[in-house]
Ligand binder design. Structure first.
Ligand code: ADP
Ligand code: MG
Length: 699
């Protein structure tokens, strides 16, 4: 059978693979075809370009290559403590090579007096430097040249056990290049390569696997990263343009209700940033095109009122609004917050989540369909079939990186003819590179300013041993009339141990503050009990709120001025920031105290230091991305948009920006990619659509 594309050839047909290894490569590394193998890039390289003298070697070096002779061997220890030491000298100084395994084989294979090249990671053992399990090769003309970077490929334990290691993969790559090199075709147009100073595809692929020099390796990485980011951005921007072009939007421009709200009920002056994003959103909703916009802003920047004001425009136009949140608790909190404003304006609003009883759903469904119900808040229960709006004008989606492109579009499709306007909201800022990728098909509005008069929250990190001091501080704040949150990690609501910690914490607080009324709230309480406790705290009847992260979002008690976070090392950065955002909402100076034990990992330390250092959610989001990598950020795992082969969103921000600008320029000038010069791009998009998993997962 003739293959349309040589790189679709099944991997088993590569010399040196065969049916059995093919199965392993498929299962372990998802390598099915020649194309998959050539895109199985090394994750690092061993620098074999330089020989070190033994005197230079120290344990801070990653991998080193030295040349010399073994002067002696010695076996030390008995049984499973047995190790072989080879004394290795380059004529001037000497070091030790150590083996814990395969000792007999090594003794048999390696002889004193012969010149070898040894390669490995130096470590310090007392005063001496050694390399454990070095790679040893007799000196040859070839390895003496010392002009290679050896690729190191991702490999699994199973593969290693079956003798397929990084070296084997490298050999397969050599074989692949032998048969495939002539088939490699360019995938970026010439003018773009020139404009971006990128090397061609063949050179890039060769040098990503077998870099000749450090410079060529860099050039290869740049080229392949750019290409990867470019096609993702091209696809996203194209989605955006198609939507703007094809999807009509409802036109809303009746601002009477709005004027009434501004005149009679606006509780405070809006910040300039709030006004700006409202303008941006209004322009969209008046434009006749469907709005798809991301609204982001730091914790406490006032997104709720912006959402409400946007809903007003739609309601003024005889249409309805919906807000979808990722969890039940979040939905409840949005409902509570928006209801305050809706009630002032006499606007009907309801909550629809999985736990709303059938008998209560029925009337909601009916009123919704008749158009009597104006605002519906809920979880993904909103996208179920039987939820029908009379006329949905605006869908607000509170994402927290959880829904992704695919689910979002379900809500749009609630109106058969004209899609509703879509506003995606996130609870905390998202790093720029993530926003461009996860939300690259949306316009972005950013509230980059907090309401006036907010004092930055003072954050400190305390060890559990300072508990008494912390309690003293809590008391002084309560005496000033303030209220205090004490939050315990309860990642999984069913975790018994976490619940116990919370209960213990509650008890010790009760003992330390016998005269102070204390509330407790956690996920296993009945909703009424929870609401009751919350309400007591909101009214100021209780002074301390011991709780799990259920209070993470939305709770608004301006009088609360202290946030104590227990086991702070167990929280992610953006969650810590979100929690801290529960205080500092009033005019008083607020405090956040991060409690931990002495034992802390390096990443935990960085997280805590970051929290102490800055209140800026945008800065925190960037640090979070660097620490965790995009794949680990909350909820992004499933999105697939971040399954990048070579680019790294935490490091390649500049390249991403360039790729996006390039893609944008091309599409602005040639939206359908019909011009000759873009023919290559069109073919590439079409061929990728047919084969690669990546695209189907982000769209
Ligand atoms: P978030 O963006 O975190 O959702 P909220 O919408 O909950 O923030 O607003 C945080 C607090 O700030 C609320 O108490 C809200 O009433 C108040 N707020 C919002 N905008 C302003 C403003 N322009 N001036 C004063 N207070 C404001
Ligand atoms: Mg909010």
């Amino acid at each position: 059978m003739a293959l349309a594309n040589f790189f679709d050839t099944a991997i088993e047909f590569l010399k040196g693979v065969g049916p059995q290894r093919a199965v392993l490569l498929q299962k372990e590394l998802k390598i099915f075809s020649f194309g998959d193998l050539i895109q199985h890039y090394p994750f690092r390289y061993e620098d074999r370009t330089k020989f070190y003298s033994i005197a230079e070697v120290d344990d801070a070096m990653p991998y080193v290559q030295v040349k010399g002779k073994f002067t002696d061997f010695e076996i030390i220890g008995a049984r499973n403590k047995r190790r072989l030491i080879g004394y290795f000298s380059d004529g001037k100084s000497d070091m030790e090579m150590v083996w814990f395994q395969r000792i007999d084989w090594v003794i048999h294979k390696i002889k004193p007096g012969i010149e070898y090249v040894a390669f490995g990671k130096p470590t310090r053992f007392g005063k001496k430097i050694n390399i454990a399990h070095p790679e040893i090769e007799p000196v040859t003309e070839n390895n003496l040249k010392g002009n290679t970077f050896q690729p190191v490929y991702p490999i699994s334990e199973k593969l290693r056990a079956r003798y397929i290691d990084s070296k084997q993969i490298a050999k397969l790559q050599v074989e692949l290049f032998r048969v495939a090199e002539a088939h490699i075709r360019e995938t970026l147009p010439d003018n773009l390569l020139k404009q971006q100073h990128l090397i061609n595809k063949k050179e890039a692929l060769k040098n990503i696997h077998f870099p000749k020099t450090q410079e060529l390796l860099l050039a290869a990485q740049q080229r392949l990263k750019f290409e990867e980011l470019f096609y993702i951005q091209l696809r996203l921007i194209k989605m955006k343009l198609v939507r703007q072009d094809k999807f009509k939007g409802q036109v809303f421009n009746d601002t009477n209700i709005l004027t009434k709200f501004y005149k009679e009920h606006l509780p405070f002056d809006l910040t300039e940033a709030q006004k700006r994003v409202i303008r941006e959103i209004y322009i969209d909703m008046k434009s006749g095109k469907q709005m798809s916009r991301l609204l982001q802003g730091d914790v406490g920047s006032g997104k709720t009122i912006v959402a409400f004001i946007c809903l007003l425009l739609v309601i003024g136009g005889e249409a309805q609004g919906a807000l979808m949140a990722p969890t039940e608790i979040l939905a409840q909190q949005h409902y509570a917050n928006l209801k305050k404003y809706a009630d002032l304006m006499g606007i009907t609003i309801a909550l629809l989540t999985g736990s709303v009883k059938k008998s209560k759903r029925q009337p909601i469904h009916e009123q919704l369909q008749k158009g009597e119900l104006k605002i519906l808040i809920g979880t993904h229960a909103l996208i179920e079939e039987e939820v029908k709006f009379k006329k949905l004008g605006l869908a607000i989606i509170d994402e927290q990186h959880r829904f992704g492109v695919a689910q979002r579009s379900k809500l749009w499709q609630k109106n058969a003819e004209v899609y509703p306007h879509v506003l995606v909201m996130t609870a905390t800022p998202i790093p720029r590179t993530l926003a461009m990728t996860l939300y690259g098909d949306l316009e972005i509005s950013t509230i980059d300013e907090l309401p006036k008069g907010r004092k930055p929250i003072q954050t400190t990190h305390q060890f559990d041993s300072s508990r008494l001091k912390v309690n003293g501080f809590i008391r002084s704040q309560i005496e000033l009339g303030r209220q205090v949150y004490v939050v315990y990690p309860l990642i999984d609501e069913s975790e018994k141990l976490d619940l116990k910690h919370l209960m213990d914490g509650y008890e010790s607080m009760s003992r330390a503050f016998p005269d102070v009324p204390i509330s407790i709230v956690h996920g296993q309480m009945k909703p009424q009990a929870k609401d009751f406790e919350m309400a007591r705290f909101v009214k100021g009847e209780t002074k301390i709120m011991v709780a799990t992260t259920v209070i993470e979002v939305g709770v608004d008690v301006p009088n609360a001025s202290v946030m104590i976070i227990e086991n702070a090392e167990r929280f992610g950065l953006s969650q810590l920031h979100q929690l801290r955002g529960r205080v500092g909402r009033g005019a008083e100076q607020s405090y956040c105290i991060l409690m931990t034990s002495y034992k802390l990992g390096a990443d935990s330390k960085t997280r805590l230091e970051t929290m102490v250092k800055t209140n800026n959610g945008f800065e925190i989001a960037e640090t979070d991305l660097k620490l965790r990598g995009p794949g680990d950020l909350m909820g992004t795992q499933q999105s697939g948009a971040l399954d990048l082969l070579i680019a790294d969103l935490s490091k390649d921000g500049k390249l991403l920006q360039r790729a996006r600008e390039a893609a944008n320029e091309i599409l602005i000038n040639d939206p359908e990619l019909k011009k000759m010069e873009n023919a290559l791009i069109r073919t590439q998009i079409e061929s990728v659509k047919k084969t690669a998993v990546n695209w189907s997962r982000i769209s």
